[in-house]
Design a protein around this ligand. Sequence first.
Ligand SMILES: [Zn+2]
Length: 127
Amino acid sequence: MQLQRVRDTAPELNLRRELHRRGLRYRLDRQVVPGTRRRVDITFAAAKVAVLVDGCFWHGCPLHGVQVPKANQQFWVDKIATNQARDADTDVRLAEDGWLVIRVWEHEDPVVAAERITVEVRGRRPA
Ligand SMILES: [Zn+2]
């Protein structure tokens, strides 16, 4: 397991493939969070939609994130709580800068997630 946000994970690649299939074009791994060097996985600049694909373990998915290792349990609980606090702060900073934030769990069906994102991007595209 890695401590940093992992790039190009299978769930993210699957989602990107679905978005591409729907004719959406996007930028990857951009630093767009005001006041930070945090990166956003997928951005749609014109529509100002920011998509983050969250790993179930690292971001504390309610379905799969609770199974922290028995060894050093408190460390993991604290670590995930820190990540969740950072995620919430990221969401606020992006929203204040006019972005619509969409978070996708790695366990989500990429087709369903892509549909959700497509609706938002098409709806927010400038006329
Ligand atoms: Zn999950």
